[in-house]
Each structure stands twice: as C-alpha cells, then as structure tokens.
Design a protein around this ligand. Structure first.
Ligand SMILES: [Zn+2]
Length: 256
C-alpha cells in the first residue's frame, strides 16, 4: 500500500476527524509501542524506531523542543511501523526527514507523516480558499500542531495560485518550495545561496522592520530565470525570527 493510502487507513481505523497529531500517543498504546524520549547527545538525530525481543520502541531526541517537530518525528516513526518497513532499527536524521532525502524508506515515512498529520481531505479545502499568508500558516500550524515549515509545504501542495516559499537562516537559503502552478515557469535562487541585501527578508533580519502584508519587489532579487518570457510582477512577504536568524519568505508571482 502506498504511504498516503496507509496514513488514510490509520486515520479511518482510529476514527480521527481532526488534529491527528493529538491521537499519536493513543495509536502507540494501541499497538503496544513503547514511546520514550532520549538524549542522543547529537542534535542531528531526530528519532528512532527499534525492534527488539518482540517489542517496538519509538524514541525521540530530547534535543527537539518544538511541538510541531516532535509530532512530525513521531508520525515519521509511526510511518516506518505502519508501512512494515523491514529492519531492526531506523535511526532518522534531520536530512532523512526532508522531502529531498534519497533513501526510499525515509521518503515513504515522510509521505506517511505528511498525510497523517495534514490529511488532504482536511487541509486541501482550507488551502484552496484561504490567502497564502502568515495568518493561514499560523492557523494550520496551530490547528494540526505541526511546525510552520510543514504547514507551508502542505498549503503549497494544494494552493492554486502562483506562490513560492523560501526559508533562510542567517541569510542563507535552507528551504524552497513552489505551488504546483508555478513549477516549471520560473527558477528561484538555489539552496545555499545568500538572500539579496535589497530583499525585505534581509531588512527584516537586520532591522526591526515588520511586514504586515505583501509588498512589490524587483523580481531579480529572487527569480533567476523566467521561462515564460513574459513580464513578471513579484510581491514579497517576509517574517523573521531574529533569535534563531530564520526568515520565512512568501512570494507571489504575477505574469503580466
Ligand atoms: Zn526514518
């Protein structure tokens, strides 16, 4: 069974109709999965699934403080379990939890986690009708108890507009995602590239500038190639968390 179908089956089996993250511990108990938190002494590891002496143990690194990240890791490990992935032990790192992972079983566990935590049936209608902005991201993140990053990615799975998301840390791009309708039409700065010092993202990072909505920017600041050739209007909406140096940037593209 493909991971998304398996996640839907688990949701049905446990009659979960809202905020699935809140039901994970109950599912662990049902399957006699021993759940614990452990200090891995290494912040690169998020969690593990261990099979030993007929028992299944799921461990989460105490290093993770964010409830959303903890839930994604728990759902990911539940994915390894529900999908019957063969192996005595899965040690799952930060990179294993990214969509860009090249490990097939890790990718499957992520697909399971995404559909389990943010089921298409519940999230698609909200994503399609709500504006792509920080209010919608916060609402989904709060309701489904997932990180803002996971919420953004899921909204973009379903949003019908031409939008992109860029995550950066200390001015370096760490995450990129486009809505389906934008994929193939433009190229954006690549992962690992530095954000432009004339972007609103940069201004938010270095000053007390706080945006309350989208604002026009020079498309060249973010877009490296326009494959359609027609003129583009670009709007940016960025929010910074100065403590961590992280900036979330939303882009709205209009082809003129
Ligand atoms: Zn894993």
């Amino acid at each position: 069974m493909i991971p998304t179908q398996k996640a839907q089956q688990v949701l049905r089996d446990f009659s979960i109709s809202s905020s699935p993250a809140l039901s994970i511990n109950q599912i662990f108990e049902h399957y006699n999965i021993i759940y614990d938190e452990m200090d891995y002494g290494n912040s690169n590891y998020m969690g593990s699934l261990i099979r030993a002496k007929g028992k299944t143990i799921i461990l989460i690194n105490t290093d993770i403080k964010n409830a959303g990240r903890i839930n994604f890791t728990k759902a990911h490990e539940l994915g390894h379990f529900s999908l019957n992935h063969k192996g005595q032990q899965f040690e799952c790192s930060r990179t294993d939890m990214l969509d860009s992972t090249r490990k097939p079983l890790e990718l499957e566990a992520n697909q399971f986690a995404k559909e389990f935590l943010l089921p298409e049936q519940m999230v698609k209608p909200i994503s399609m009708s709500a504006p792509f902005d920080f209010d919608t991201i916060k609402a989904i993140s709060n309701e489904f108890v997932v990180s803002k990053l996971v919420a953004v990615f899921r909204i973009l799975d379903f949003h019908l507009g031409n939008y992109a998301f860029i995550g950066s840390k200390h001015g370096v791009i760490t995450h990129l995602r486009m809505s389906k309708s934008l994929v193939g039409k433009i190229n954006i700065l690549k992962l690992g590239a530095s954000i432009h010092n004339k972007s609103s993202a940069y201004e938010c990072l270095i000053s007390n500038f706080r945006m309350t909505g989208y604002s026009s920017v020079d498309p060249k600041i973010w877009i490296t190639r326009n494959k359609l050739g027609s003129a583009i209007s670009l709007k940016e909406y960025s929010r910074a968390d100065k403590l961590s140096g992280s900036v979330l940037t939303l882009l709205k593209v209009d082809f003129l």
